[in-house]
Unconditional design. Sequence first.
Lengths: 73, 251
Amino acid sequence: MDYGLKYLGAGIAVLGGIGSGIGEGRICAHAIDGMARNPEASSSIRSTMILGCALDETTGVYALIIAILCLFI
Amino acid sequence: MSTLALDTSNILELDFSGEMIMSLITMLVICILSIIIFFVFRKKDPTKPDHGFAMIVETSVEKVQNLVVETMGRKYEGFSGYILALSLYIFICFFLGITGLPNALTSLEVPLSIGLLTFIMIHAAAVRKNKWRYYKRYTSPLAVFLPINLLSMWAPLLSITLRLFGNALSGYVIMSMLYYYLELLSSVIFGSFMFEGLSSIWLAPFITPWFHLYFDLFAGAIQTLVFVMLTMIWVSQEDPDESIEEGIALK
């Protein structure tokens, strides 16, 4: 019983990745918008976009940490 | 999966788990690299143009200096040595993950101590700027907010530590799962016409390098950049360099 609930909890915890995914999609969409409007700035937009994606990924990684802690501890 | 144990009960005893040994190996690699750079640059003639190894080193040092000056302003030019050392350590930690051994950052103590360095540096910059008025921030806007401010003080430390730790750990867990299942799949496919022990090694060498490329090199470079950028932004916003707004610091 406990064993199954552990896996269920890990699965629910990793749902936090939904928000991170939506956020990354929005970051990419707006970066492409900016690049299409102003192609000269595309290199700086790209580096800022990657930085923003990495920052945004953090919430997903928190969810993953909690899921891993649920599974292995 | 014994390396995943986050056991803090024996935190005061000497711990020589795999991650600690990998941290020592990382430091050894950085030491050897530094000694090589020292001897290369002692022999070099400064009037001649660089090529090969010396050029790579000079370009990367220059890039880091430019990044620091652009982000923090002229006042912080001396900060680039710390930033270079920090980024070298984090990136080589991730880079040594391509050997398949656990990356040193997968043990919570290593990212926590790097995060503590940043945390102490932020507050040191704030104290240096504001002197005794530094303590006023904990009772702003009202004295009632003191407990909330005392709690939110720890947020940068938590976020910067868990970001590094989570990225390293998730990459390592996914890679070890991949190795385990590829071994299983290989022994199912090749098990019928090979003897035990030889049949399980045929798939991993062709599939895992691409995942190592992503989880160790790409993610490592991005996380290094993020960590370094956050450190620079947080430190410089406590004690800003006024010239950066006027565009003097920017080339």
